[in-house]
Every structure is written in structure tokens, then in C-alpha cells.
Ligand binder design. Structure first.
Ligand code: SF4
Length: 449
């Protein structure tokens, strides 16, 4: 296994910077101070309570107002080691900013996300790996399997506490979805890599390779006292229709990773996206920005049943994505070895399923075809926990790893878990919170073990 790859490539590509200007541009110094001065520094701040990592929002904002940017960044990083990624990728509308008391006074909420980003960007603009990492002061070693936000947060917390920690990742760059899976206009891979570099400088070891094949589970358990599983989720689920394996069909996560890491990626003139979640929306917006004249998103239910956040939907309308409800794909039509069209069938909503959502059912004789250059299915991701459940006796629930709430401990006391492999796919900040909580419980277990 390769250890600590020393040179993280420079990402993203310059052309992407032009195509993917920020969704919310950076604040300049003057507007940051003005915005910070609007904050009421609420006692029992609801914004802090709404943040899964409980960043002390009024404290970091006050430091921006007083010109103490390094102090502000320290406050953020103490609570959330991925404070830069989260400042860009968090759906603040439903978290801290959604809870801001300004709503009660019919005023615009404080722009917490942009203020956090302002402090974080200043920090990373001046940050250099200089001093040697803190010494290892405990004999126990911890492995974090998976290189996404949950593992990174767990690793940072334990390393800060003096434990030797190794993060195992099977992809060339660590960071998981923060590096490969979040849309470019929200979070750039280069930002995620800066955070990874900082963790490496704090003494977290990174090894590239697959646990279970490059390193056996027996080797893993003989080298490490405890293991944190931040496996994330697997590949996107298939549509299960003919033509799906054809060139010109790319699932949404592969598509996002591809355009974030490949120069000159072309989408053609007309793109069809299939799905109704936030990832489908990210892919559709990206296809527009990559030059598609028309991006059509098809969902088998209606707007009100779409799982994407309403503000993501609104944003997509502004980007020019066209939404088509009540349609499900039947076949991807192939011409000259490439996807050339999708054949759909209209649906209507029938009775509610066990989750309370109404089930779509096919309308006979309603087939129609949509010609296109690229098809992007976005149906949710497969669950990866099965093999760990079997190999190490971890209890699973619905294909996800079952953990003790508050500690992340699995049914096997040597294993802890967090992030998407436990919650089924939530935000970067939720994964960070899981990693932090598990690290605290792991420290406790090692102190008393
Ligand atoms: S709720 Fe709003 S005003 Fe109050 S501390 Fe948080 S950001 Fe400031």
C-alpha cells in the first residue's frame, strides 16, 4: 500500500473555474465585517444548536467583527476540522442560517456560511505545514477505513489527542465525496485537498489501497486497536433497463467526478437526467454549465414528492434545467454504439407506500422518446456494509451499519462507524459530526481498555 502520497495534484482545472463560478461568491473584508456586526451574539445561539458539529457561531463571527481572523478560524476548526468544505457545501438554509433569530424579526438571516468561508479562506491562504506533528503519546493505534469526511474528522480528533491514526482510502485522492462528489460550484476538490494536506501535516497517515484485499482484515486487526468505518456508500444504483451499459450513459456520481478531474469534458447539446434528489440536481446544473443547450430532468413522482431540497430545485430552475414530472424510463435507445434517446412511460400517483409517499404506477400506452447526447441516471447509491457485516459480525439495519447513538459503536466492540454507511447518505457536516462523536467514544474506550 502506498503511504502518504506527498504531492496532492492541483485541482480543479482552470477551465472549470470559469465554468463553475461560485454559487455564493466570497465576501470581501469590508462586507464581512459589516455582516459580522449584524449578528446579535445570541445567548444559547440557535445557529450553534442547529449545526451538527456545534460550531460556536457567535464566537467566530465576533472575532471576524473585531478583525481577529486567525482566532475566528481556530474557533471553527476546533469544532469542525473540515470547516472550509462545510462552509461551502453545507445547506445552511436548513441548518444554521435557517435557525438564525433574524427570521423572527423578518430580517435576512446572518450569512453564516459565507462568513465561515471568509475566515477559512483567510486561514488556508496563510497556512503552511511547518512545525512537526504532535508526538504520539498513546500505545494504541486506530485505523479509519474510507477517506471521506467521517473518517477525516475521526482521524483528526484522535490524532489531536495523541493517538497514531491511519486513514485507508482506495481512491487516488482522499476526501471521499468532498473531493469527488460535491458539485464544483459548491465545493472545489482543491479545497478538500487543502484540508487533507493539513491533516497529513498534523500526523495523520494516509494509505492508498483496499482494505480486505490489499490489506487483509486479520492484518488490519493485528496492527490496529480500534477501527472506524467511514465507508460511505457504493456505486449508484442501476436503472435496470436495456441500454444502460452503453457509452453515453454516466451515473451522476461518475459524471461529477469525471468533469471535476478531466479537462475538456464534453456533454453534448442535450442531456437527460433521471432522478429527483440533490445529486440529480447537481448533475443537471453541471451539465448546463458544461455547455448543454438543453438539460431535461425526469422524475417518476411530482415536484412535491421530490427528495431534493426546495432551494436546490429553485436554483436549478434559474440554471435553466427543465423538469418533467411523472415519467419513468423504459429503455435507452442506442445508435452507432452510443445512447441516442431515452424511451419513457408516463406515470400517475397511486396510494401511499409504507414511507407515506405515493407510489407511481405506469399509464398504459403513454410511451414517448426523448433524443439526447448524454444520459445521467441519479438513483441513489448502493450500500456497502454487507461484507463487513458478514466478515466481522456487525449488525446491519436495512443494509446500513447499526450503531449506538451518540458513540458510533457497532455490535463488534473493536469497530465504530459513521457517515453515509450509517445514515444512508446525508450532508458532509453530518459525517463530520459522526466522526467526531465516534472519536470521543473511542478515546474513552482506549483509556479504559
Ligand atoms: S442566531 Fe443569528 S443573530 Fe443569533 S448568534 Fe446566530 S447568527 Fe448571530
Amino acid at each position: 500500500m502506498e503511504r502518504n502520497p506527498p504531492n496532492f495534484p492541483e485541482l480543479p482545472l482552470p477551465e472549470n473555474l470559469e465554468r463553475f463560478p461560485d454559487l455564493h461568491p466570497s465576501l470581501d473584508a469590508r462586507s464581512a465585517v459589516t455582516e459580522a456586526n449584524r449578528c446579535l451574539s445570541c445567548f444559547d445561539a440557535p445557529c450553534t444548536a442547529a449545526c451538527p458539529t456545534h460550531i460556536d457561531v457567535p464566537r467566530f463571527i465576533k472575532k471576524i467583527a473585531s478583525g481577529n481572523l486567525p482566532g475566528s478560524a481556530r474557533s471553527i476548526l476546533e469544532a469542525n476540522v473540515l470547516g472550509l468544505s462545510c462552509s461551502r457545501a453545507c445547506p445552511v438554509e436548513v441548518l444554521c442560517e435557517g435557525a438564525c433569530v433574524m427570521h423572527r424579526y423578518n430580517k435576512k438571516p446572518i450569512e453564516i456560511g459565507r462568513l465561515q468561508r471568509y475566515a477559512m479562506e483567510d486561514f488556508f491562504a496563510n497556512w503552511q505545514a511547518s512545525s512537526p506533528p504532535p508526538p504520539v503519546s498513546h500505545p494504541q493505534k486506530v485505523a479509519c477505513v474510507g477517506g471521506g469526511p467521517a473518517s477525516l474528522a475521526c482521524a483528526a480528533e484522535l490524532r489531536r489527542a495523541g493517538y497514531a491514526v491511519t486513514v485507508f482510502d482506495n481512491r487516488p485522492l482522499p476526501g471521499g465525496l468532498a473531493t469527488y462528489g460535491v458539485a464544483e460550484y459548491k465545493l472545489r476538490s482543491s479545497d478538500s485537498q487543502r484540508e487533507v494536506e493539513r491533516l497529513a501535516s498534523l500526523g495523520v497517515e494516509f494509505r492508498q489501497g483496499e482494505v480486505g484485499s490489499d490489506l487483509s482484515l486479520e492484518q488490519l486487526e493485528s496492527e490496529f486497536t480500534l477501527v472506524f468505518l467511514g465507508l460511505g456508500l457504493g456505486a449508484m444504483q442501476r436503472l435496470g433497463i436495456p441500454g444502460e451499459q452503453t457509452p453515453g450513459v454516466l451515473d451522476a456520481l461518475t459524471f461529477i467526478a469525471r468533469y471535476k478531474t478531466h479537462p475538456g469534458f464534453s456533454v453534448g447539446r442535450r442531456v437527460v437526467v433521471i432522478g429527483g434528489g440533490n445529486t440529480a440536481i447537481d448533475a443537471a446544473n453541471a451539465a448546463r454549465r458544461l455547455g448543454a443547450e438543453e438539460v431535461l430532468l425526469f422524475y417518476r413522482r411530482t415536484e412535491s414528492q421530490m427528495p431534493a431540497f426546495p432551494f436546490e430545485f429553485e436554483h436549478s430552475l434559474v440554471e435553466g434545467v427543465k423538469f418533467h414530472w411523472l415519467a419513468q424510463p423504459l429503455e435507452i435507445m442506442v445508435q452507432n454504439g452510443r445512447a441516442a434517446a431515452v424511451r419513457f412511460l408516463r406515470t400517475r400517483l397511486a396510494g401511499p407506500d409504507t414511507g407515506g409517499r405515493r407510489q407511481p404506477e405506469a399509464v398504459a400506452g403513454s410511451e414517448f422518446e426523448v433524443p439526447c447526447d448524454l444520459v445521467i441516471p441519479a438513483l441513489g447509491q448502493a450500500r456497502l456494509a454487507e461484507q463487513w457485516g458478514q466478515a466481522r459480525g456487525l449488525r446491519l439495519e436495512g443494509g446500513l451499519i447499526a450503531v449506538e447513538r451518540g458513540s458510533g459503536r457497532t455490535s463488534n466492540p473493536r469497530y465504530y462507524a459513521g457517515g453515509d454507511c450509517v445514515n444512508g447518505g446525508r450532508e458532509v457536516v453530518d459525517a463530520v459530526a459522526d466522526g467526531k462523536r465516534a472519536a470521543l467514544a473511542m478515546k474513552e474506550a482506549m483509556n479504559h481498555g
